[in-house]
Design a protein around this ligand. Structure first.
Ligand code: HPA
Ligand code: ZN
Length: 355
């Protein structure tokens, strides 16, 4: 059966990435090169580095990869390389990176130096590719209790940078349920930071990462956006609430666990069909062996979606972003122009584009 939309159209439609972890974007070859430079022994060579038995094993490798970033220049390189790859593989126009500052402290790089390195990477990528970027200071719940999370937010506020626009919460959801972080999130909001949190991830069962975690993220953490969200599907009530709330979700087409990969397209389809505001993201692209273009082609092939859905996801990624209104307006123009050109090239009728 012919595909409802060409893979090349999906790869080339413009995109903003709202959910990717800097450590998970590191090319294995870059990790190996930097590890050698710093005399750090990796568990395996680059070709097989990105393998793990389970979710906590994945987090362990992620933190090992992160440990090769030791100077501002390493952070600059990491940011630049992700953007270079994502422009090529998925026509990236804007990215919002999670970074976990405490992953890097053991190697002697403080918060301002991390941020300075990433900001320089964003500057270089903007100049070379025209891609914009923002940063999200992230709390790994597997490593940080509520008090430690407050310290992370205090650091972000003490060294406020205009490109660090929000906080996030990642790591193992069953170890750190969202309510633990109420104080950290209140502090962040008071300081003018936006808030998102990983929620209802499907490496856990709906009993371990229950749909009610969404309600806690909404009402206690007062999140502006939600990362993932699949286990919410277990509750019609929570799905109806989320539809009414209208928050943007950042599910990811590919995942750390092989056994979950076949289920993601269906879970994301159900989120879309339930009327949630969905964007499509990569999470940890280098580690998972995926990219923005691949994520789109995988989802569209499984779900039989056509170009209309591609346009919706493309434009949703602007609306769900944390850019200011004028930057969003500029991106909308660029996206609409590129989408119209693609539609013409591929012979797809341009229906009225969603606003
Ligand atoms: N979930 C939780 N922790 C993570 C993830 C994720 O998707 N990616 C990197 N750390
Ligand atoms: Zn994530």
């Amino acid at each position: 059966m012919a595909k409802a939309v060409a893979d090349d159209y999906l790869r080339r439609i413009p995109k903003a990435e709202l959910h990717c972890h800097l450590a998970g974007t590191l090319r294995a070859t870059t990790v190996a090169e930097l590890a050698k430079r710093y005399g750090m022994t990796l568990p395996r060579p680059a070709e097989t580095l990105y393998q793990w038995p389970d979710f906590d094993g994945f987090l362990e490798i992620l933190r090992i990869a992160a440990a090769v970033l030791r100077t501002p220049a390493d952070f600059t390189r990491a940011v630049y390389e992700y953007i270079e790859d994502a422009v090529r593989d998925g026509n990236l126009k804007h990215v919002e990176f999670f970074f976990n500052p405490d992953y890097f402290y053991p190697n002697g790089i403080d918060y301002p130096s991390q941020v300075a390195g990433m900001v320089e990477g964003l500057r270089q990528a903007k100049e070379r590719f025209g891609v914009s970027g923002l940063l999200i200071c992230c709390i790994d719940r597997s490593l940080n209790n509520g008090d430690q999370a407050v310290e992370i937010v205090e650091t972000a506020l003490a060294h406020r940078h205009e490109l660090v626009v929000g906080i996030g919460l990642d790591g193992n959801e069953s170890v750190g349920p969202p309510a633990l972080y109420a104080e950290a999130y209140a502090l962040a909001r008071k300081g003018g930071l936006k808030c998102t949190a990983h929620c209802c991830e499907d490496y856990l069962t709906p009993l371990q990462a229950p749909p009610t975690n969404y309600l806690i993220c909404r009402d206690v953490l007062r999140c502006d956006r939600i990362d993932h969200g699949y286990n919410m599907l277990a509750s019609d009530f929570v799905m109806a609430e989320a539809r009414r709330d209208g928050l943007y979700f950042t599910p990811c087409a590919w995942t750390s666990l092989l056994h979950n990969r076949p289920h993601r397209p269906r879970r994301i389809r159900r989120m879309v069909e339930a009327g949630l505001n969905v964007t499509i993201n990569t999470d940890d692209p280098a580690m998972f062996g995926t990219n923005l273009g691949h994520g789109f082609t995988t989802l569209f092939e499984s779900n039989g979606w056509g170009p209309d859905k591609a346009r919706t996801f493309s434009l949703n990624s602007i609306e769900g972003s944390w850019l200011d209104e004028s930057a969003k307006a500029a991106l909308r123009k660029t996206f609409r122009r590129e989408i119209a050109a693609l539609d013409k090239e591929f012979g797809y009728e341009t229906a009225a584009l969603p606003v």
